[in-house]
Design a protein around this ligand. Sequence first.
Ligand code: G4P
Length: 503
Amino acid sequence: MENFEQELQNRRTFAIISHPDAGKTTLTEQLLLHGGVIREAGTVKGRGAKKMASSDWMAIEQQRGISVTSSVLQFDYEGKRINILDTPGHEDFSEDTYRTLMAVDSVVMVVDAAKGIEPQTKKLFEIVSKRGIPVFTFFNKIDRDARSPLDLVDELESILGIQAYPMNWPIGSGQILQGIYDLKQKELIPFKNAADHPEVRQEGLDEVELLEDAGNQFDEKAVATGKLTPVFFGSALANFGVTEFLREYLTYAPMPAPVTTVDDQVIEPDNPEFTGFVFKIQANMDPRHRDRIAFVRIVSGAFERGMDVTLERTGKKLRLANVTQFMAEERENVQGAVPGDIIGVYDTGNFQIGDTIFSGKKAVRFPDLPTFTPEYFNKVIAKDVMKQKSYHKGITQLVQEGTIQLYKSWNSSEYILGAVGQLQFEVFKFRMENEYNVEIQFEPIGSKVARWIDPDQVDEKMASSRNLLVKDRYDRPVFLFENNFALNWFKDKYPDVQLEAKM
Ligand code: G4P
């Protein structure tokens, strides 16, 4: 590929993490407007769909076939090519949402400035923070009454445990919003049509002075390792502070990072051999087509349509001919793709989540993607006992694919399914019916707190109705606690027992 090195340097791949309604869609739209991809706000697809019940969502997916349009959005801005990976929230929250965070090089955290850090943001942040990648914080909706910026910044440190460095500072909010003070340029950017409130302005500028005297040092290294988050204030809806945010984001966000293989080999993005890993598989909801799309994050080398690769897990050779590339606008002459980019490979059942593909002679294997602690559990049974064979086959395949997590009760062969979001159950049921022709029934056992226990320490007598003892699909013992209270009670009773949230 021509200009490979430059293309690579220009890539910025990120996801937005936020609690529903904080303004992720609105900010995404503003970014697309900046990239010249759309001309007016309110046009991003899927916005309406997001608010529907999950069953409506399923019906829509069914009509559309594979819906991948808004999974990855690519656009250009000031010489950079930006990939935004969607992290669905609301009812469609699932392990895919978490796994997508394994495929980005940085994260933008959007927080409602009236509400502060909310639960879903905290969960997503915890996943991201384990990876040690840069996090940029955008406190949104300052055109409405917001909480004190000092309080908000303090929450980043106290609730999330990340140091904060304000890049700008809001002067007032809501009706009395005067503007934002840019701490780098040392100037006030006035909010359009702001009513003049000298006392608000003075108070804000006093705060700025305090910050300048006493705040954290800006430390690029700490940003790069996710220990310090640059903080921005603005209003996505009013397109205020967004340009400033994007400019600074592009200054400090990293280009595609190298990835270390299971045998400790560091694969640099400019390695000439193509490598990539599957972080998400989306099933075709159209029962007439069994195919699926495997989302591959490119780690090294250039992708060219029709190239041959090897699937590491099976050793199988594949030709990457039927591939979707993700662009927010129609572009002629799609050249191929480079590290940081995502390609969607049509798949007839070869891929599993976490699979590595490579073009060279030497096999490359990236580490497995982590599994995430599920919160919702259902017992599952086949309605028709005559269909046990398809039932087991379907469960095995869908679990391998990463659709849902499987547990078994300790002393019987009952299956229990676990998920991080309710939609995963619906997708599972739908696919069992459509792809394996098995009707299933769920028996909810509610939300649980799952903790893995050291196999040497497990004792059936520790189990009760408030903490069920089950096995995961590798036969490792897991306690499903009724709630945190039951978990704490257990910890008090058995202080020496090692419990772990994830394995
Ligand atoms: P999400 O994707 O994070 O879930 O949030 P989304 O962008 O859809 O925004 C949620 C609501 O908040 C929307 O209102 C949106 O217009 C509003 N919003 C987003 N950014 C800002 C901002 O900077 N200032 C103000 N004042 N509002 C903002 P909506 O479409 O009316 O949604 P709804 O009220 O119908 O739920």
